[in-house]
Write a protein that binds this ligand. Sequence first.
Ligand SMILES: Nc1nc2c(ncn2[C@@H]2O[C@H](COP(=O)(O)OP(=O)(O)OP(=O)(O)O)[C@@H](O)[C@H]2O)c(=O)[nH]1
Ligand SMILES: [Mg+2]
Length: 423
Amino acid sequence: MFIDVAKIKLKAGKGGDGAVAFRREKYEPAGGPFGGDGGDGGSIILQADEGIRTLMDFRYKRFYKAEDGERGKTKKQYGKKGQDLILKVPVGTLVKDADSGKVIIDMKEHGQVYTIAKGGKGGRGNAKFATSTRQAPKFAETGTEGEEITVILELKLLADVGLVGFPNVGKSTLLSILSAAKPKIANYHFTTLKPNLGVVQIDEGKSFVIADIPGLIEGAHEGAGLGHDFLRHVERTRVLVHVLDASGMEGRNPIDDFYKINEELVKYNPKLSNKPQIIAANKMDLPEAEEWLEKIEEELKPMGYEIYPISAATMKGVDELKFAIWNTLLNTKPEYETFDEEMEITLKEPEKTIIVKKENGRYIVEGSYIEKLINSTNFDDLDSLRYFQNALKQKGVVEELKKLGIEDNDTVFICGYEFEFFD
Ligand SMILES: Nc1nc2c(ncn2[C@@H]2O[C@H](COP(=O)(O)OP(=O)(O)OP(=O)(O)O)[C@@H](O)[C@H]2O)c(=O)[nH]1
Ligand SMILES: [Mg+2]
């Protein structure tokens, strides 16, 4: 099995900070709070797309960041929300957490979306903290950080395109020049013992997987040669490229070869005759190839086959063939299969927003809510401090600390900062 893998780092946008601002108008010397909320940070969203066939693009670009939210503005204006970043992945992509190796999600269906890194929340501006007793709050909330995660994308590659043909016609050679695959190539039959897969890139976001299907000979459907094992690979491809040796150098007739191989395919599974087939007349650099090409065209063109004369040795005609394959793929409905093994999907554990604990005799308070609270507190401002203390009470933190045995004058570490406890 051939697996395409990419490791990428993702960072969602930070929420914009809330603004501290006051109304300044001619006849209102002590204006009210006027700071608006920050915008939320953009999230990173994965989207399964059947038009994307490989993870090629993720090998070039490895870090992705969504836009930050804008800061809140004066006049109670909201900051703009950061734009979400949508990453398209092939259908069948398995997404794993790089740290734990656990599966986060299997992107199985076309169009499926999943928020892999959530944008931070925008902070509230000081206008939101005004109450009847606190008319001029000098603090606002900071926006929270966007989620950050490194993921491993895995895709079990199934060939979109199968190269079929008699042994020694040049299937592996063709594979090696279309892709980065390095199959064994040699001038004897059954050089290739197992299909090799390669990724062919057309352009950004456009690529496909191709395999050389070895060992097909007369009687393959009954087990002759090696072909029987590999015929099921052929079943899974969408397009076949039928490679013929147009030089006839081995004394066979390429037209006979064509019929023989197709007969084997149909005997194995009649549905295989429905697959689009493109003919590559190979070894055009050799003498006698021109003559054979004419015969091949005369015979097979009227049957509706597209025929591409190529030389895998000199690469002549190979680009034309490559684009013809791509075009045929575009017009053929994909049949894909995702991971068929049963597997356990572990969802991300929701983050504990408040943790109160006693460790080695120390009282510790932490968690994302507390962090956010601390970041938003202006410790030089009495109102702000009061808000902080009330919040700790309301959230039950004080209660928890008392249960753990805290007493007045004891030290408590809140997100790493030292405080003295007074009830
Ligand atoms: N002159 C010439 N030789 C070629 C060309 N393409 C392939 N060959 C040669 O043909 C021989 C067989 O090539 P392979 O690519 O191994 O053929 P295959 O179809 O994969 O063969 P099996 O793996 O045995 O089924 C090698 O010696 C290649 O160098 C071509 O366009 N021109
Ligand atoms: Mg081969």
